[in-house]
Design a protein around this ligand. Structure first.
Ligand code: FAD
Ligand code: SF4
Length: 552
């Protein structure tokens, strides 16, 4: 498709690095507001016909995600350990980023998420802090995201939901077998199950088709365009303005600054690995909670010797992990959970942290089935099942159709020792340093998962499970982390945060960072709704500031 192209030597109004959940939103907002924008995305620009239902390609190989063969990741539990190459983090690597293949769970934060330090108090060994903004600051932008992208759910169905200014634009998805059993069991236990808010269309919306329940959803792209990725929702709107150029296969290695300390653009490798410098008046980095700090750390210069926007020393610090644990149950009758989207029912009864529990933390629990046939054959059966032979085959046949999972999504405490840094030894295929992840659970993270696991088993049993099983709690069992949060913290004070309340860096006036890196706390996972609300808010601010002449 021929679109607008801008010469690299002319400064565009906005440069966006990363065309994912946040980058797609920023591109659309600034283009619609009349500005010229170039979006540099390291991955390809895929179309509907590029997606298939190939489990090996997408669930085992990095069909849509970062490829450790080209861009290795190293991991260690603590600074004392030697980092070893392992795919510790996973993110979508294409136009649309993680929204192309994500599960689509779209949870707004609760009001309490923004002030847990005040509500709960300090947690030893962690840096639990309040956000510098309140839920009410983000509410209009959550609503904007839900309407622009297309989110299905019923307003008010979740009794713990924060106030909202508008109902959802699309009704909830039809309930699955797991949802029916979960709903009944949770109600029996006095809990409050509700339909899952998802970035998946239950009805045609804005020219896109409704979900066909094809069953290849999590980890797959949607050839129906029913998954509300930025690829099929906001990015086409941005391109239609004639002011937005999406440039795929462009891997940014450095953000340049001038003598005055302002960003002037970015140097990237194009598809043929030639180095190009794109000039820009304002730069938005939306490369996610791992790649954004990596890029800032690689962008050091004489003026910024510790990395760009890093006068606080906090770039890369406070990485928060994708915490949660699965419990599975076997049922008498077939549930055929492999059909349809992953999640249709969940609870937020245990969401709020409660000091009476003796530890910080809380979570949501949803009913789902996270397996496709080959994955289930390898990892889906209970730990005591035989690994081969006729008994194994019989079990596979029975369990594949009769199993469901309750998955918790739990808090991850911000700890200064959990970081993204540049690996001093391992390089990627372009000769750039690999992302090095240093991360381990806080004891309260583990306590929360264990506490919720007892609730998950209780619900499975109330639902009539004949047998239940779960997994141990080691961070290695919870890899890769797909929710990359907290590495360029938002705050008022430049000494204790990297970006301000509008995601603008304290150090470089025309540089914004908008993605999971802004998070001060982890909520209860499912960060994308909040990432996109932050993106709408930052775009709104940047547009007004540019019009006033404060930025460009
Ligand atoms: C299998 C899976 C299921 C998930 N399910 C859910 C869910 O149900 N709910 C939920 O809320 N979240 C889910 N997530 C997480 C969700 O995808 C992310 O939270 C979200 O996409 C993050 O948005 P972002 O804007 O921070 O970054 P991304 O969407 O990751 O976008 C960043 C983009 O920047 C590009 N990029 C990075 N570095 C560079 C560079 N140097 N140069 C150029 N481009 C670059 C990347 O290729 C990517 O396209 C899931 C993730 C996975 C992997
Ligand atoms: S289950 Fe629905 S939203 Fe998911 S990939 Fe299939 S058609 Fe698309």
């Amino acid at each position: 498709m021929a679109g607008v192209t801008f010469p690299a030597s002319n400064a565009v109004d906005f440069l966006v690095i990363g065309a994912g959940a946040a980058g797609g939103v920023i591109a659309k907002e600034v283009a619609v507001a009349g500005f010229r924008v170039v979006v540099l995305e390291q991955g390809p620009y895929l179309r509907d016909a590029d997606f298939s239902h190939d489990e090996i390609k997408y669930a085992f190989l990095p069909g849509l995600t970062n490829d450790p063969r080209l861009q290795p990741i190293t991991y260690r539990k603590s600074e004392a350990d030697r980092a070893r190459p392992v795919k510790a983090i996973e993110y979508g690597r294409q136009v649309g980023g993680g929204t192309v293949h994500f599960t689509g769970n779209y949870w707004r934060f609760h009001e309490s998420d923004f002030r847990e330090r005040s509500l709960f108090g300090a947690v030893s060994g962690a840096d639990l802090a309040d956000w510098p903004i309140a839920y009410s600051d983000l509410e209009p932008y959550y609503t904007k995201a839900e309407y622009d992208l297309g989110i299905s759910e019923l307003a008010g169905a979740n009794p713990f939901e924060a106030p909202r200014s508008k109902p959802y634009p699309v009704p909830p998805m039809p309930v699955k077998g797991s949802g029916v059993l979960f709903d009944r069991a949770a109600k029996k236990l006095g809990l409050h199950p509700f339909p899952a808010p998802v970035a998946i269309l239950s009805r045609p919306y804005q020219g896109r088709a409704a979900c066909a329940n094809c069953g290849f959803c999590e980890s797959f792209g949607c050839e129906m365009r029913a998954k509300s990725s930025t690829l099929v929702s906001v990015i086409p709107v941005a391109e239609k303005t004639g002011r937005c150029e999406i440039r795929p296969h462009c891997y940014v290695r450095k953000i340049q600054t001038d003598d005055a300390g302002r960003a002037t653009g970015a140097i990237y490798f194009d598809r043929d690995r030639r180095e190009i410098f794109q000039h820009a008046k304002v730069v938005f980095v939306c490369a996610n909670g791992a790649e954004t700090p990596k890029l800032l750390l690689m962008s050091k210069s004489k003026r910024f010797p510790d990395g760009l926007a890093n006068s606080s020393g906090l770039v890369g610090k406070y990485l928060m992990w994708d915490n949660g644990a699965p419990a599975q149950g076997l049922f008498e009758h077939p549930l055929n959970e492999y059909k349809g989207i992953q999640v249709t029912r969940l609870i937020h009864d245990y969401y709020a942290a409660d000091p009476k529990r003796g530890f910080y933390g809380g979570g949501g629990i949803d009913a789902r089935f996270d397996f496709y046939p080959a994955g289930f054959a390898l990892h889906g059966l209970p730990p005591d099942a035989p690994r081969w032979g006729s008994e194994y085959k019989k079990m596979f046949e029975t369990y594949f159709t009769r199993t469901m999972m309750l998955l918790s999504h739990t808090t991850s405490l911000a700890q200064a020792k959990n970081t993204i840094t540049l690996d001093p030894e391992v390089k990627d295929d372009w000769g750039l340093p690999a992302v090095r992840v240093t991360c381990d659970y806080h004891p309260d993270d583990v306590a929360t998962m264990k506490w919720l696991m007892a609730k998950q088993i209780e619900i499975l049993q109330a639902a009539g499970a004949q047998k239940t099983w779960s997994q141990p709690y080691d961070i290695a069992d919870n890899m890769p982390s797909r929710h990359l949060m907290g590495t360029c913290r938002m705050g008022h004070d430049p000494r204790s945060s990297v970006v301000n309340v509008y995601s603008r860096t304290h150090d470089v006036p025309n540089l914004f960072l908008v993605d999971g890196s802004n998070f001060v706390t982890s909520g209860r996972q499912q960060p994308t709704a909040t990432i996109q609300a932050l993106a709408y808010r930052a775009a709104d601010y940047a547009i007004q500031a540019t019009k006033r002449g404060d930025l460009g």
